[in-house]
Design a protein around this ligand. Structure first.
Ligand SMILES: C[S@@+](CC[C@H](N)C(=O)[O-])C[C@H]1O[C@@H](n2cnc3c(N)ncnc32)[C@H](O)[C@@H]1O
Length: 254
């Protein structure tokens, strides 16, 4: 059987040889240009070098706000892990419509996001414990952090932790702060909101999955949603939907 064509959009450094991986970061730029990457290797410590080397498979450096650089009906599956919440809320429908355009009929979109419903449940439980004095306010704060911190941060965490100070400053001047780089959350989703969004973009058969199950054949072997047998990003919502057979192709860049 022919290999499935899978797009891993907003891949970060988490790429796969089974996918075409796309992101707009410096990592993607370097991974997509091995000759340039070789030139900068000597300036990297082993951590950064290993990170870049771990980016296997085809990588494309591209800004998703400009659409998806693939022809109509050219891929079998599109995967977005912890990406949709980073896109401006008023641009998400346009991105999903682009996903539908590049997917074949019967193709699958798989979206993974932090599950707002579960995070709020955790928050409420933590609140009860804090009010009754069973946990400290610092412990309670930890339940609020996954809901709010990434929505309000200015300083890019990824850059702070991975690049020297001079490069951080240059990158902030060149491409802006955490918000401009798409590092902050622009919105959060639960099953109801994300299903509605997919259905409004003419996908059908929305279905909640888990890290190991998917309509995408061989997904478990691709191994992007789990690490060493446990969920890669705990408290995530895994939602899939299909492109209906016989449907029209949406216009590019709707
Ligand atoms: C939280 S990371 C998730 C990375 C990876 N998918 C994962 O699950 O570990 C969000 C990714 O979306 C990418 N992203 C955000 N806006 C983007 C855009 N407009 N074009 C391309 N990538 C974008 C960011 O660069 C970042 O790598």
């Amino acid at each position: 059987m022919a290999q499935l064509r899978i797009l891993n959009l907003g891949c970060g450094t988490r790429t796969s040889e089974s996918c075409v991986n796309l992101d707009w970061t410096l990592w993607a730029l370097l991974a997509s240009r091995p000759a340039v990457a070789k030139l900068v290797y000597p300036f990297f410590g082993s951590l950064r070098r290993n990170r870049l080397r771990s980016m296997t498979g085809t990588v494309i450096a591209h800004d998703l706000r400009k659409g998806i650089p693939f022809p109509d009906r050219s891929v079998d599956a599109v995967y977005l892990s912890h990406v949709v919440e980073h896109i401006d809320r008023d641009q998400v429908a346009g991105l999903l419509s682009e996903c539908r355009r590049v997917l074949v009929q019967g193709g699958t979109i798989r979206i993974v996001v932090p599950d707002l419903a579960r995070l709020i449940e955790d928050y409420q439980e933590s609140y009860r414990l804090a009010v009754s004095g069973s946990i400290t306010w610092q412990q309670h704060d930890k339940a609020l952090e996954p809901i709010l911190e990434q929505s309000v941060r200015r300083q890019s965490r990824a850059v702070v932790h991975t690049w020297p100070a001079a490069i951080q400053r240059a990158m902030t001047v060149a491409i802006g702060d955490a918000r401009k780089r798409g590092e902050t959350h622009q919105w959060m989703y639960d099953e109801v909101a994300l299903s509605h969004l997919l259905l409004s973009c003419d996908f059908v058969d929305t279905r909640v999955r888990d890290p190991y199950s998917s309509a995408i054949e061989g997904w478990k072997e691709i191994n992007l949603d789990f690490d060493h047998g446990s969920e890669y990003k705990p408290k995530s919502l895994y939602l899939e939907a299909q492109v209906p057979e016989g449907s029209m192709i949406p216009a590019k860049g709707r």
